[in-house]
Design a protein around this ligand. Structure first.
Ligand SMILES: [Zn+2]
Length: 172
């Protein structure tokens, strides 16, 4: 009896995802370039018929209301429980959470423990948001970038160095 089984070669899911991710990342870089040129204009003016939400392509037609507001609320509701979780684990409460469209940084933690998250993180894979939240949450305990701070970050996010480098390449 001949072997009638069908052999299909499928690329490894991981490498497939990686290629897809790179493709989208290139796309994202182009969007960012345009975006920075038109910085003061609305996000809709990117001139595309879609928007990336946590690395998923979402048609603008599906968003019936103000896109900027929609993205802010989306990111806020995604960030809040994650931040609360780390804040609790660190036993350091935060004051307020803000989502802002800022150019120069991915996140910040003020002296009064207000945490600000860059709205643009809503477009990227969620692993970057997670890293930025961890970074800012760790500032609730360590208000600097000392080795003590990075050791703390590494506990919650062992691959932080890679994520940090990738984030730097994306925007700044
Ligand atoms: Zn920092």
């Amino acid at each position: 009896m001949p072997d009638m089984s069908l052999k299909i070669s499928i690329p490894l899911r991981k490498s497939k995802d990686k290629a897809f991710e790179e493709l989208l990342l290139n796309k994202w870089r182009l969007l960012i370039e345009k975006f920075q040129k038109k910085w003061k204009k609305k996000l809709e003016d990117i001139g595309e018929d879609f928007v990336m939400i946590f690395w998923e392509r979402v048609s603008l037609n599906e968003i019936k209301w103000d896109l900027n507001k929609y993205l802010k609320e989306k990111l806020y509701s995604e960030t809040l429980p994650i931040l609360e979780n780390y804040s609790m684990s660190l036993e350091k409460p935060f004051n307020k959470l803000y989502i802002k469209n800022v150019l120069s940084r991915w996140g910040s933690c003020s002296g009064t423990n207000n945490i600000t998250i860059n709205l643009k993180l809503v477009h990227l894979p969620i692993k970057y948001l997670n890293y930025v939240i961890i970074h800012e949450a760790c500032h609730l305990r360590e208000k600097n970038h000392s080795s003590k701070f990075w050791d703390l970050v590494a506990i919650y996010c062992p691959d932080y160095k890679e994520l940090r480098k990738e984030l730097k390449n994306i925007l700044f």
